[in-house]
Design a protein around this ligand. Sequence first.
Ligand SMILES: Nc1ncnc2c1ncn2[C@@H]1O[C@H](COP(=O)(O)OP(=O)(O)OP(=O)(O)O)[C@@H](O)[C@H]1O
Ligand SMILES: [Mg+2]
Length: 635
Amino acid sequence: MAETAKVTSQQSSDDPAGDTAGDAAGDTADGRRPAPRRSAVRSLLRLWPFVRPVRTRLFTAAFVAIVASCIGLVIPLVLKWLVDGPIADRDPAGAWLGGGYLLLLGLAEAGLFGLRRWLVARPLASVEAALRDSLYRHIQRLPVAFHDRWASGQLLSRGTTDLQLLRLFLAFPLTFLLVNATTIVVGCVILLVQRWSLGLVLLAPIVPLIALCSVFEARYAVAARRAQDQVGDVTTVVEESVLGIRIIKGFGRHRSQARAFRALTARLRTTELRKARLLATLWAFINALPELAIGAALVLGTVQVADGDLSAGTLVAFLSTALALMWPVESIGFLLAMSNDAAAATDRYFEVLDAPVADRDDAPAAPGSRPAAPVTEKAGLAFHDVTFRYPDAPAGAPPTLRGIDLHIRPGETLALVGATGSGKTTLTALVPRLYDATGGRITLDGTDITALTRDELRARVAVAFEEPTLFSATVAENILMGGADAGPDDLVRALRVAQAEGFVDALPDGRDTEVGEQGLSLSGGQRQRLALARAVVGRPRFLVLDDPLSALDVHTEALVEAALRQVLATTTALVVAHRPSTVLLADRVALLSGGRIAALGTHHELLRENAEYAALMSGAADGGSAVRREGKSVR
Ligand SMILES: Nc1ncnc2c1ncn2[C@@H]1O[C@H](COP(=O)(O)OP(=O)(O)OP(=O)(O)O)[C@@H](O)[C@H]1O
Ligand SMILES: [Mg+2]
C-alpha cells in the first residue's frame, strides 16, 4: 500500500505561514478533492438527526437559561428602584426589602443555571454516544479499499478529539449563542428605554464588532480544520509507533521516530498558536470596544446627573445593565471559536460517515448493480473472466488481475502459486468480497457472489490470511469468531486440525487465556495456527487460505498438513502456496503470472512442463524474486 496515498492532512497543512486564510479553506483531509467550503452553520446543522431525540430537553434548557439570564437583567432595575427610592428617602425598611429582592433574584438566577446544567448533562452524553456508535459501526462496514486509503489516526482522532469538540459545542455554544444573543437584545432594549441617547453610545461598537467577528470566523475556521487534521496525523504516528515498537527498537529508530513526532507536534503547535492569536485579537477588540463605550456613557451620564437631567438611580441601573451585558458580549468570541472547532469536527466526522459502504450485511446486493448474470451450472468456486485493479492504482498501470478463468470443483483443492507480488493475495481477497472484482464474475455453486448477502457469503466462505490477526480476547473467542454456530466440539476439532492443542493447553489459562493486542504474546507460528483454526471452525463449504503454513517449522507443518488434508477433503478450497509441501495438499495447481493464470495442472505436470513453475518450486530460498527477475526469459 503506497503510504503517500493515505489520507493525511499533509497537503492541506503544509502552508508554512499558515496565513492564507481563504485558499485552504475547502481542503478535505486528503487535500486532493477541494470541497466547497460550507458555512459553519450548514455544517453544524448536519448534527440535527443526532440532536433531535433530545431536542425537548435542549430547548427547555435553553429556555431556562434565557429566563435566568433575563433575571440577571432585572437586578439593575431593582437597584434603580433602591437608589431612587429607599436610599434617596433614607428608608432602612425599604433598603432591607430591596436587598431581599436582590438576594432572591440572585438565588433564582443561580438555581436556574444549575437546572440547565442538570437538564443537558444526560442527553448530551447520549448524543455523544450515538455519534460515536454510528461512526464505529460505519467504519466497520466501510470497504477495505477505504481503509487502504485512510490513515488509522485520522479515523481514531475523529472518534475521539472531534467528538469531544462536538459535545462541548452542544453543551455550551449551542445554548449560549442563543441565550447571549437574547440577553443582549433584551439588555439593549432596557438601555434604550432608560435613556436612549446613552443607549446609542453603548450600541455604537456593535457594527464594528460584527464585522470583526465575521473576518475572525473565516480565518479561524481554516485554522480549526487544519489543527484537527494535524491531530489526526499525530495520532497516526503515535499509533504506528506503538504497534511498530518492535521494529523501532530493533532498528534503533526511536530517535528518528521522535524527530518525526516532534515535527508533527511543532506543526500542530504552530496552528494552535495561530488559533490562539486570532482569538486573542478578537477578544482584545471585544473587550476594549464595549469598555470604551461604557466609559464614554459613564462620563456623559455623570454630566447629565450633575446637570439634573438624569436620576442617580437611572445612571446606576444603566451602568449595571451595561456591565451585566459585558459577559454575554465578551463570551461571544470564544463561543464562536468553539462553534468553528465544532463545525470543522462535524465536517471531519461526516467525511467518514458519508463514505459509501458496499451494502448492508443482511441485504441482497442491489438489483441491477451488476449486469444480469447468465445462470451457470458450475458447482464449486468459479472465476469467470475476472479482472481486478486496485481503486488507487495509478492510471495507466495494468490491472493486477486480468482475464482470470478458474474453476475449482466441489471438494477439490486448488493451489495458487506465483512469484511474490503476482496477485495471489489479491485474488483470494476477491472471494470474501474484501474487494469487488472490477470485471467478470465469481460464482459459488453457480451463484454470483454479488447476489449473496454478506452474511450468506460469510457463512459459506472462511478465510485465513498471510498476516494472522488476533484480537484482545481469549484463544477460544478468537477461534470461535470463525463460525457463527460453532460450539465447543468444533473448537476442539479446529484446534486439532491446526495442531494447536498442545501449545494452547500449555498456556496459563488454556483456551481461556487472553491473547494480547494482535496476539503479540504468541509466536508467529502459534498465531498462524490459531488463524487456521478460526478458518476451519465453522466447517465452511469454501475455504480460502493465503499461505497458511508459512511460519511453521517443517515438523509442525507436516502435522498440520496431515490434519488439514482431512478438512480439505470435505471442502472446496483455494490455497495459496509457496512451498512444494503445501502444494502437495492440492489436487491441482494454478500458476499466476503477469496477472493471468499462466498454467493449470497437477503439480507434477506443471513441474515437467512449465519452467517458471519449476523455478518457483525449485526450493531456492529466494525463488520468488529470482523468478521475478528472470520471469520473462524463463518463459
Ligand atoms: N491495497 C492495495 N492497493 C494497491 N495495490 C496493492 C494493494 N495490495 C497489493 N497491491 C499490489 O498488487 C500487487 C499484488 O499484490 P499481492 O499482495 O496480491 O501479491 P502476492 O502474490 O500475494 O505476493 P506475496 O507472495 O508476496 O504475498 C502488488 O504489486 C502490490 O503492490
Ligand atoms: Mg500475498
